[in-house]
Ligand binder design. Structure first.
Ligand code: ADP
Ligand code: MG
Length: 304
């Protein structure tokens, strides 16, 4: 199916039956009328403060939860018709198409040996052993852990465990992977490794959805969706989102550090384009400002 979008979610509403105010009858929906499209092959970041509904939305998009109302349609590349979350028979195929990687790597590993862990899901799906071997090797290759095939999962670092979890999802051949704060429990090196893995998956054509608290990670996306109180407060390119101070402050979010730096600098120095969402752009703005003020980048004064 050659739809532009891999996921189309319309008017999703989801309420937890054990929500604290469920007894009073005044239940607040965790996801309260969200519509969102995920373009095939794209990288979408979802940001929002704690409790805003990001994880619930992710579970709706990946078929783990079924909405109280609204719909999620998933367009598999090898199916003529979209899979529909409201059709029970489609649920399993939705989960195979849209994989999820969670926050805590320890909760996601099931076997003591790396390759057994990665093989676990395809084995359960009844995939042929020779095909499983291929998928396990290819998945471990993709996450850069092929030489760890026979290693004990418990002895790996947090970042390596998270990469094993990603390989386990890859072995199911998903077309889209949702990462729910999958870098949150890792040290800076582990976080960088996971981001590199995510970017390389995206290059291979896997659609990526990343839920994150790190604005510099969201700045790498094609589209950022800001979730607030169970609704989409704003959606746009990282530049559009991080330039929108009103929305960020209403949703208790801060722009990436580079944006804050350039924003502060532009109050004292005349900068032409004072918006920067990453280090490269910040350097460009600073270089231009220095040139404009007659100072060459690198500290040389043009007029000297
Ligand atoms: P986020 O991922 O943005 O932190 P969640 O989707 O986890 O937000 O939560 C959205 C809302 O749903 C919050 O108010 C949270 O307390 C509530 N919630 C989340 N999980 C459960 C649950 N298992 N039972 C009851 N309420 C829940
Ligand atoms: Mg969450």
């Amino acid at each position: 199916m050659s739809s532009k979008n891999i996921i189309e979610a319309k008017n999703l509403i989801f309420t937890y039956s054990d929500a604290p105010d469920a007894l009073s009858g005044k239940v607040t929906a965790a996801v309260n009328d969200i519509s969102v499209d995920i373009e095939r092959g794209s990288f979408t970041a979802i940001i929002g403060h704690n409790g805003s509904g990001k994880s619930t939305l992710a579970k709706l998009l990946s078929g783990i939860f079924v909405p109280n109302s609204g719909s999620v349609q998933v367009y598999r590349s090898d199916c003529d018709m979209p899979l529909d979350c409201n059709n029970e028979e489609h649920n399993f195929d939705i989960r195979k198409t849209v994989g999820m990687v969670f926050q805590n790597p320890d909760n996601q590993l099931v076997a003591t040996i790396v390759e057994d862990d990665v093989a676990f899901a395809p084995e359960n799906l009844g995939v042929e052993p020779s095909e499983i071997r291929k998928r396990v090797d290819s998945a471990l290759e993709t996450v850069g852990l092929i030489e760890y095939s026979g290693h004990d999962t418990h002895k790996l670092s947090g970042g390596q465990k998270q990469r094993v979890a990603i390989a386990g999802i890859l072995a199911m051949n998903p077309e889209c992977i949702i990462f729910d704060e999958s870098t949150a429990m890792l040290d800076p090196q582990g976080r960088r490794d996971i981001m590199d893995t995510i970017l390389s998956l995206r290059k291979k054509g896997v659609t990526v959805v990343l839920i994150t608290h790190y604005m510099n990670e969201a700045a790498m996306a094609d589209k950022v969706v800001v979730v607030h109180d169970g609704r989409v407060a704003f959606e746009g390119t990282p530049k559009q989102v991080f330039a929108n101070k009103k929305i960020l402050s209403e949703c208790s979010l801060e722009p990436p550090q580079c944006s804050m730096l350039i924003d502060k600098l532009s109050r004292f120095i005349d900068c032409d384009a004072p918006c920067a969402i990453n280090v490269k752009e910040a350097v460009e703005v600073i270089e231009k400002a220095l040139a404009k003020h007659g100072i060459m980048p690198g500290g040389e004064d043009k007029n000297a």
